[in-house]
Every structure is written in C-alpha cells, then in structure tokens.
Write a protein that binds this ligand. Structure first.
Ligand SMILES: Cc1ncc(C[n+]2csc(CCOP(=O)(O)OP(=O)(O)O)c2C)c(N)n1
Length: 562
C-alpha cells in the first residue's frame, strides 16, 4: 500500500547521509535487498567490491587513512561470514568501522532459514558492540550510536544486523536524536606527577610508541614530547611514522623483526615509556626478558591494557592529547645514553650491497621510499615483504603505513590500498604484496579498473609463502611443507586481463627505471618483481626467545637467473 512513511531501509540510507558518510563498501544479496533498493539513486557513493572480505579491508583502511568511520555492508549468511576476517582485523588494530549486515526475516530466524547465520553470536568476540535491530524506528538512533561507539575511547568495529522484514517495514520517520558528545577522560594529576618523577630519575629512558598514539590523534603531541625531552624512541609496526622515522632519535621498529639498535635499547633501558602500545608478543619476545632493567610508564585509553602483559609502575589512563603536554619533566643529562643509541644505530644500519644481479627486495623498497618521497602511503600485505617495508621504508606520517598488525591477515594489501586511495585521492598510494597474499584478494583488481582507482601495486614474487618458508628453514630443519607457489599464474597477464597496466622486472639494474615508471603511471598499474626465493628477513628474534637473542643477516650465493 503506498504510504508516505519511510521504510527501515530508507532510514538506514538517510541516516548514513546525515552522519556524513561519503563512501561505503559492500556487496548485495537477498536479506539486504531492501537496503540496496533504498541505496540506488540516493547519492551515497557505494563501491561494489568483488568479495565481501575486500569490502571489509577497504572500509578498514579508508578509516585508517582518513580518520573517519569506515562503512561496510553485506548480506546475511555467506556475505556476512566473508566479513569476519575484516571485522577481526579492525578489532585487533582498533579501527573504527561500522558493519551493516542483512539478516533473514524475523519469522525465519532460528529455523535454519536460507542464508541464515547467527552473525551476532559469531562476531561477539571481535566487535566492540553489536545490535540485532528488531524495530525499524530505532534505526537512526542505533546507527548514530554505532558511529559514536566505533570512534570513542579505544576505537573498534561495530555491527548492526538488520532482518529483511525490519528493513522493509514502514515506520514513522524518526530522528537520530541528540547524542551526548564523548569527552575522553582527563589523565589524573597524581599519575602525571609520578611519571615526571620517574623520568627525572632515569638515566636511560626510552619511548615505545604504538599505534594508539595515531588513533588518539596525538601525533603532534607525541612529536612535541620527543623534541622537548630528547628521549630516543622505538616504534611498533603500527606506530611507525607517528614520529617521523627520519628522526635521528628513531631507533627503528622493536621486536621480532626489529632493528638491532632498537632491541638493544629496549634491553638496556632503565625506564620504558609505552605510549598507546600493548606489549604485543611480536614486540616483546619472551616477556620475562623484555626490558629487564626497566621501570615502566604506560599511557593508554583502555584500562584493560594496564598490567595485562607487563606490570606498569605508573599507569596513565586518559586522553593522550592532554596527558603528553601535561608531562613536563626537567630532563636529566641523558647525553651518554643518546650517544650509545646513535652509535648502535649507525653501526647496525641496514646494508644493501647484497651479492648478485637479482633484485634485492630491501634495496628496491628503500628506492621506492626515497623516490616516492614524503607524500606516499604504503598498504602492505602480510609476510616477508611486510617486514621489509617496515624495515626499509621511511614514513613521515603514521597514516603513510597501512598494515594488518594485530591480526596479520594476508589479503589485506590490495583492498587496503584501494580504500586508502579512495579516501585520499591526492596521495601516492602503493600496495606492496607477496605472491601468496596477492592471490587472496586478487579479484579486487576488477574494482580498481571499474572505478579508475589509481593504485600502484608492487608484487614481490618469490614463488613461495616466503615467511613460512623462512621459519621452516630456520626452525623446522628445512622441512619445506606446502609453501611452494612456483606454479603461480603469469601475474602480468592476469593484471592485464583485469584491465590494469602491468610490467615485470627480474634484474637489479631495472629497479630504478621501473619505480619511476610505476610512480609516473596515471592508471592502476602492477609492477611484478621476481626475487630470490631464498631471501630471508633479518634480523630475526626466534619465536619464544628474548629480543636480546637476535639472529643476524646471512647472504646466500645469489641466483641470477629465473
Ligand atoms: C589469511 C592468512 N593465512 C595464513 C597466514 C600465515 N602466513 C603468514 S605469512 C605467510 C606467507 C605469505 O606469503 P607471501 O604473501 O607470498 O609473502 P612473502 O612472505 O613471500 O613475502 C603465511 C601463509 C596469514 N598470515 N594470513
């Protein structure tokens, strides 16, 4: 019956518009059809991906790159379950994304209806909050709340599951309602005082900067703190670029594939100042041997992080934008300590004169970083190439480095590059991927072509699952089990079939020209690079070992032809 009342689905769309959404990623299907019906002609920009996992990763990286809330939609059942990896990824890395899923009609719920899955139940451990909407009139208020929850405090993914009949039902138009603005808690003066006292007594203070600083939008305050105090710093994978990695007090990433200078500093420090970092095992190595001589000051917005892995002598809960400026220590003389670290940084710097004529991936990434300059953004996949990017690229800003840190999800790189480029079209966005990871969401090349998204892809192809191969070599007595990808397709032809430009290099002397050509291209382009399958990531802290026990670089005899 014709009516002037809106449907629940129309309220979804009008609320998203009212919330200022400009791009959303998704894939339609049965249970979410009413919402896609309302979407058509609404003016909202929807990116039709080729796999829901691609939508979830793209929405995640869009959020990381822009600082806004990412939005992703999928249908019930398989559509929804295809999102789970992306939801868990956003959860582990504290990224604000609102996921809207269709659900089977209310009367079918619990009957094993077609494409039914209890998505609320399935996602419970990996969302910050979730709703199953039973009354369409509540949609505006729920969505507005979902956006607020995704962003406030420690950010994270929020799920709104909407049964088909609820989306299709007519309701009285309702408003989002006034939302109380969230104010982050202010740090307590006593804890700031206690932290100041510790810094003033320290001889070897060290900052351990995590991804939480950028999430709190406190990069400027962090940079100012480094300048005021002159304290050397190490970064986590997600903290890279929060304070420019070009800074001479930067000792690199710490942990499993961290720099020697960074890990030596952690072993020697007498005061570790962790800021928006969570003592992840990839960063700490064997916990009992991590920063063994150090007192700890820990800043975080999430009280659950305090004392979880490492007891803090001073825990400072609250807004970093307030806490860092409030901490104004009178600095003791730490010049010897700074000199010790700078000397280590110089003595243990990376070397790029690998033997042979084949492409040396760390050297290629260093050139890419230098040529792309300070305005480039890298979206990584997972594997050796990801660690090489973290080690050999420099980042002027934190948003320049997009990576699946906590979850380590292969398949992130291509859709993540896509999401970032859509969010920041003026930036130079490059996806760096491995041949295993690239295959996991290779279909998104079609999305690049359709929307003309000018993403550049560097595919470092070692014809194997390199990082797993490296572990098998070192820790499983070279028992190579199921890591061979030597029957990869011709990636250049595949990319061309998807409508991208693509070219290949196999020799070191081709690297500089190839990077220039890639960066200058004005359409999505793939650079396929064949690298030595035996190349490893160094240094390496063996699993379960302490960060003091780093294994060092070893160069094999080169393979110069493929
Ligand atoms: C979805 C997923 N499956 C499996 C893994 C385990 N894993 C970590 S790295 C890796 C190999 C990655 O190979 P590739 O993408 O070719 O990169 P490379 O290490 O060769 O640079 C695997 C299988 C993972 N991280 N994510």
């Amino acid at each position: 019956m014709p009516t002037n009342k809106p449907t629940g689905a129309q309220l979804v769309i009008s609320t998203l518009k009212a919330l200022g959404v400009d791009v959303l990623f998704g894939y339609p299907g049965g249970a979410i059809m009413p919402i896609y019906d309302a979407l058509a002609g609404s003016g909202l920009r929807h990116i039709l991906v080729r796999h829901e996992q691609g939508a979830s990763f793209a929405a995640d990286s869009y959020a990381r790159a822009t600082g806004r809330v990412g939005v992703c939609m999928a249908t019930s059942g398989p559509g929804a379950t295809n999102l789970i990896t992306g939801i868990a990824n956003a959860y582990m890395d504290s990224v604000p994304v609102v996921f809207i899923t269709g659900q089977v009609a209310t009367h079918l719920m619990g009957t094993d209806g077609f494409q039914e899955v209890d998505f609320l139940g399935l996602t419970l451990p990996v969302v910050k909050h979730s709703w199953l909407v039973r009354d369409a009139a509540q949609i505006p208020a729920i969505l507005a709340r979902a956006f607020a929850i995704a962003k406030e405090g420690r950010p994270g993914p929020v799920l709104v599951d909407i049964p088909k009949d609820v989306a299709a039902s007519f309701v009285e138009a309702s408003e989002m309602g006034e939302l109380p603005a969230w104010t982050p808690p202010a740090p307590k003066a006593e804890s700031i005082d206690a932290a100041r006292a510790l810094i003033e007594q320290a001889q070897k203070p060290l900052l351990y900067i995590g991804g939480g600083v950028h999430m709190a939008d406190a990069d400027a305050e962090m940079r100012d703190f480094v300048e005021r105090t002159g304290i050397p710093f190490v970064s986590t994978l997600k903290g890279l670029g929060t304070v420019s990695t070009y800074h001479d007090l930067h000792l690199g990433m710490l942990g499993m594939h961290g720099t020697r200078a960074g890990n030596m500093a952690v072993q020697a420090t007498d005061l570790l100042i962790a800021v928006g970092a969570r003592f992840d095992d990839r960063a700490t190595g064997k916990l009992s041997a991590f920063a063994p001589h150090a007192k700890v000051i820990h800043f975080d917005i999430d009280p659950a992080e305090f004392h979880k892995n490492r007891r803090a002598d001073v825990a400072i809960l609250g807004d970093l934008k307030q806490a860092l400026p409030a901490l104004q220590p009178k600095m003791p003389d730490i010049s010897e300590w700074v000199k010790f670290n700078k000397t280590n940084k110089w003595q243990h710097r990376f070397k790029y004169d690998a033997p042979g004529k084949g492409v040396y991936a760390p050297g290629l990434l260093k050139s890419l970083s230098e040529k792309a300059g300070k305005k480039f953004i890298v979206a990584c996949d997972v594997g050796q190439h990801q660690m090489w990017v973290a080690q050999h690229c420099e980042f002027e800003q934190n948003l320049a480095h997009l990576t699946s840190g906590g979850s380590g999800a292969m398949g992130y790189g291509l859709p993540a590059g896509m999401g970032a480029k859509l969010g920041l079209p003026d930036h130079h966005v490059v996806t760096v991927s491995g041949d295993g990871s690239f295959m996991m969401n290779i279909q998104e090349m079609a999305t690049l072509r359709r929307y003309g998204i000018n993403l550049k892809i560097v595919l470092l192809d070692n014809s194997s699952l390199g990082l797993v191969r490296q572990w098998q070599e070192l820790f499983y007595e070279e028992n190579y089990s199921e890591i061979d990808l030597s029957d990869n397709p011709d990636f250049v032809e595949v990319a061309k079939a998807f409508g991208l430009s693509a070219f290949r290099i196999t020799q070191r002397h081709e690297v500089e020209g190839a990077i220039d050509r890639l960066l200058a291209a004005d359409a999505p382009t793939l650079l396929h690079v064949l690298i030595d399958p035996r190349e490893n990531v160094w240094p390496l802290v063996p699993p379960g070992a302490s960060n003091a026990e780093m294994m060092e670089e070893r160069w094999d005899e080169p393979i110069d032809s493929y």
